[in-house]
Design a protein. Structure first.
Length: 228
């Protein structure tokens, strides 16, 4: 076990919360990520300590930016939910890593079909005042893809969405269009073709539907483009 985790465990056992927060910037980016992930994973194992551990993570992220190395670790809605109170500080939602992905990019492009994130993120948009989250939803990564575009073109699990998640995804598309005014069509189509090639030259009808909704074109137009 890494020394930084041993240190964290000892500080937790001794209830040295402020020491955890104060020592955080002394760690390497990798160690910072390890400590935050340890808090999350511990909270998942011990429901009775969830709020306590989440509060510690929030106190860390209130005073220190989220390490960019942690961004690629966001793979499930439970993780986003745990860190949400802390991500509201220091521009956490919109902070980008070397690939210019933010936490929403990372989550949307690899989300679990059993725990979809769109309704949760839309709820955050509706009930929380957070400009960084709005910015995160409209940011482009190095492939010129927004988080919604990343879900459609990078997620290898072509899953039909439940009605409430589908409605939420459409609402997030509207949020993006309101802010960005237009889609980077070239980048999106390039990524969609790459997904098609990865999936043995085929895309299911549902992915075509989502892509058409995102581009605001007829499915027949998109299908004609893809068979070229």
């Amino acid at each position: 076990m890494d020394a930084c985790i041993n240190q964290l465990i000892q500080q937790l056992q001794q209830h040295q919360i402020q020491a955890i927060v104060d020592d955080f910037p002394k760690l390497s980016a990798q160690q910072q990520s390890m400590q935050l992930l340890h808090l999350y994973q511990s909270a998942q194992r011990m429901d009775v300590k969830y709020s306590y551990l989440q509060n510690i993570a929030t106190r860390i992220l209130t005073q220190h930016p989220i390490p960019t190395l942690l961004i690629n670790q966001f793979k499930e809605t439970d993780q986003l939910s745990f860190f949400t109170p802390g991500l509201k500080f220091n521009n956490g939602f919109a902070l980008q890593n070397d690939s210019r992905n933010n936490v929403i990019h990372s989550l949307f492009s690899r989300c679990d079909g059993e725990k979809l994130p769109f309704n949760y993120v839309r709820s955050l948009m509706l009930f929380e005042s957070n400009e960084a989250l709005l910015l995160a939803l409209t940011q482009y990564n190095n492939q010129a893809l927004t988080p919604v575009a990343s879900y459609i073109t990078c997620n290898l699990r072509q899953t039909n969405l439940p009605k409430h998640e589908f409605s939420a995804l459409l609402a997030l598309m509207e949020v993006e269009l309101t802010q960005n005014k237009e889609v980077n069509t070239t980048a999106f189509l390039k990524a969609l073709v790459a997904l098609k090639n990865t999936l043995h030259n085929t895309l299911n009808e549902y992915t075509i539907l989502l892509a058409s909704a995102y581009l605001r074109c007829k499915t027949q137009q998109l299908e004609s483009y893809l068979v070229r």
